[in-house]
Design a protein around this ligand. Structure first.
Ligand SMILES: N[C@@H](CCC(=O)N[C@@H](CS)C(=O)NCC(=O)O)C(=O)O
Length: 261
C-alpha cells in the first residue's frame, strides 16, 4: 500500500491507497487521462464494483480520492461537481467527458453504452437479462447481508446476517457450477457487482462472518484473482486491518451509546 500524500485543488490532504490514486486537480490536468474520472475511495464496496469494471475493461481513468463521510476528516471539502451531480452525495460517481453519474449499477450500465468494447455484457439479449437479474439479486441479497455483518452491533443480529450471507454465497456458488462464472461463459457485470465480497472476505470473517463459504464461491474467488481487473481492487493486509479496525471502533461507539442511553 502506498502512503503517497498529495493536496487536491480543494486543499484536502489525501492518503493514496495505491499508485494511480489521483486528485481532482490531476483529473483535469493529466493529458489523456481526463476523459474518465472515478470519484470514490477503496473502502467503499460500490466504488470497488466500478473500479474493477474500468480496470477489467482496460478503460483509462483517474481515481479522485473521495472518502465516504465516516472516513473523511472534518476539514475535507467536497468537490463542487460531486455536490452538483451525486444527488444523494454518495460515492461512486463517474465522469465521462462532461457527463456525470452516481450509483454503481447505473454507472456500470452507462459505461457499457459509452464504451461498448470490450464489454462485460453478453451479446445475446436473454443472456444479458440473466446478468442483470443476477446483479440485482446480489445487490438485494448478498450485499444486504454483508452490510448486516459489518454494520451490526448486536451479536445475535450479526450472527443472523452471517447465516444469510453464507446462504447468498452458496446460491452464487451454484450459479458458477456450469461455466465457472456467475452469469454466462465468462466474467460479466455480475462479477463486477460481486467483486467487493471477494475483496473484503477476510475482513468480514474478522467482523463476525462465521458461515462456511461454499467451495464453489471460494473457487470463483480464486478465478477472479486471475482477472486483469483484480490488482486494481485487491486489498493489502493493511487495508483489511483498516476496514476491520474502523468497524470495530464503530461497534464500540454504538455500544457505548446504547449503554449510556
Ligand atoms: N446504491 C449506491 C450506494 C452507494 C453508497 O452507499 N455509498 C456510500 C459509501 S460506501 C456513501 O457514499 N455514503 C454516503 C456518505 O458516506 O456520506 C451504489 O450502488 O452506488
Amino acid at each position: 500500500m502506498s502512503d503517497a500524500r498529495s493536496t487536491d485543488r480543494h486543499g484536502n490532504r489525501e492518503a493514496g491507497a495505491r499508485t494511480g490514486f489521483g486528485s481532482a486537480a490531476e483529473a483535469e490536468e493529466k493529458p489523456g487521462a481526463d476523459e474518465v474520472a472515478l470519484y470514490g475511495h477503496w473502502i467503499c464496496p460500490f466504488v470497488t464494483r466500478v473500479q474493477f469494471a474500468l480496470s477489467q475493461r482496460g478503460i483509462d481513468y483517474t481515481l479522485v480520492n473521495l472518502p465516504p463521510s465516516a472516513v473523511r476528516g472534518p476539514d475535507f471539502v467536497l468537490p463542487p461537481e460531486f455536490i452538483e451531480h451525486s444527488p444523494r452525495l454518495e460515492v461512486p460517481m463517474l465522469r465521462i467527458g462532461a457527463e456525470y453519474l452516481a450509483d454503481s449499477i447505473p454507472i456500470l450500465e452507462w459505461m457499457e453504452t459509452e464504451r461498448s468494447e470490450p464489454s462485460l455484457l453478453p451479446d445475446d439479449e436473454a443472456d444479458r437479462a440473466l446478468v442483470r437479474e443476477r446483479m440485482a439479486w446480489i445487490d438485494a441479497n448478498a450485499f444486504r447481508a454483508m452490510g448486516g455483518v459489518y454494520y451490526g452491533t448486536d451479536p445475535d443480529r450479526i450472527a443472523a446476517a452471517s447465516v444469510k450471507l453464507g446462504e447468498a454465497l452458496a446460491e452464487m456458488g451454484r450459479w458458477t457450477q456450469q461455466t465457472g462464472w456467475l452469469a454466462g461463459s465468462g466474467p460479466t457485470l455480475a462479477e463486477a457487482v460481486a467483486m467487493p465480497i471477494h475483496v473484503r472476505l477476510a475482513g468480514l470473517v474478522r467482523l463476525g462472518f462465521t458461515a462456511e463459504v461454499s467451495p464453489e464461491f471460494a473457487e470463483h474467488g480464486r478465478r477472479c484473482v486471475g482477472l486483469v481487473g483484480w490488482p486494481a481492487v485487491e486489498w493489502s493486509s493493511g487495508q483489511t486491518d483498516e476496514f476491520v479496525g474502523r468497524f470495530e471502533k464503530f461497534r464500540e461507539i454504538r455500544r457505548a451509546e446504547t449503554d449510556a442511553g
